[in-house]
Design a protein around this ligand. Structure first.
Ligand SMILES: NC(=O)c1ccc[n+]([C@@H]2O[C@H](COP(=O)([O-])OP(=O)(O)OC[C@H]3O[C@@H](n4cnc5c(N)ncnc54)[C@H](OP(=O)(O)O)[C@@H]3O)[C@@H](O)[C@H]2O)c1
Length: 199
């Protein structure tokens, strides 16, 4: 997912790809125009806005990056998921990965976004028109993340309210994935339609 987001963002932003392994980061960056690859710490130091796209089990990685990400907007795309009886289920009893990330990065401005959009929509070319739900405790953080989202053609950021709304947004991910599987639709994404049209 990180690579797919990086490819889309690189059209209008300078992108730094982070990895546990510097060589893997450089390899990933070679596939993205104008991107550079660094280890997680180097990428966190360079970034103006960071996007976290690691498995939920790897969230703890963030604690070593707290001072490098101090004061910066950090976007969580992380979903805690588990497979049960052939269907995906949300993996936490309470809270959300984004709120846990905020706890690990107390000096950062954590938001959640991109959670339930499959990387397949970002693989190549311009994505189809879709809404990206963004939750964050401050409208200022939302505006920064919204600018990043808008830098990708056809993506519309929608403010979902405070970071605690990540509990709802992350739980949409298994729903969206299960809907696609149960109804054999192929990958699905979200687009909300206004009765009054665009304002
Ligand atoms: N795939 C999607 O379509 C999609 C869509 C929306 C959201 N997401 C969310 O994005 C996150 C990543 O999903 P993904 O499909 O991209 O998963 P992935 O390919 O398994 O993992 C992404 C990267 O995380 C790093 N990583 C893995 N284990 C780690 C660890 N223990 N410590 C630190 N870094 C580790 C790895 O980078 P290095 O090996 O280079 O360090 C890996 O390339 C998940 O939380 C997922 O729910 C995924």
């Amino acid at each position: 997912m990180g690579g797919a987001i990086a490819r889309q963002l690189s059209k209008r932003n300078e992108v730094v790809i982070g990895s546990r392994d510097l060589e893997r980061a450089r390899d990933a960056a070679r596939k993205v125009d104008r991107a550079i690859g660094l280890d997680y710490l180097g990428a966190s130091e360079e970034a103006e806005v960071a996007v976290f796209a690691v498995p939920y089990e790897a969230l703890g990685t963030a604690s070593g990056l707290a001072s490098a990400l101090e004061g910066k907007p950090v976007v969580s795309a992380v979903n805690p998921l588990k497979l049960e009886g052939g269907l995906l289920r949300y993996g936490l009893e309470a809270g959300s990965a984004a709120e846990e990330l905020a706890g690990l990065l107390p000096g950062s401005r954590v938001a959640t976004a991109f959670n339930h959009v499959s990387s397949l929509f970002f693989e190549k070319g311009e994505p189809v028109a879709m809404d990206i739900l963004v939750a964050s405790d401050s409208k200022e953080t939302f505006e920064t993340v919204a600018g990043l989202v808008r830098s990708v053609p056809n993506l519309r950021p929608l403010y979902a309210g405070p970071l605690s709304e990540a509990r709802v947004i992350e739980r949409m991910t298994p729903l969206v994935l299960n809907l696609a599987k149960l109804n054999r639709t192929g990958s699905l994404t979200t687009r909300f339609v206004s009765v009054r049209g665009e304002e």
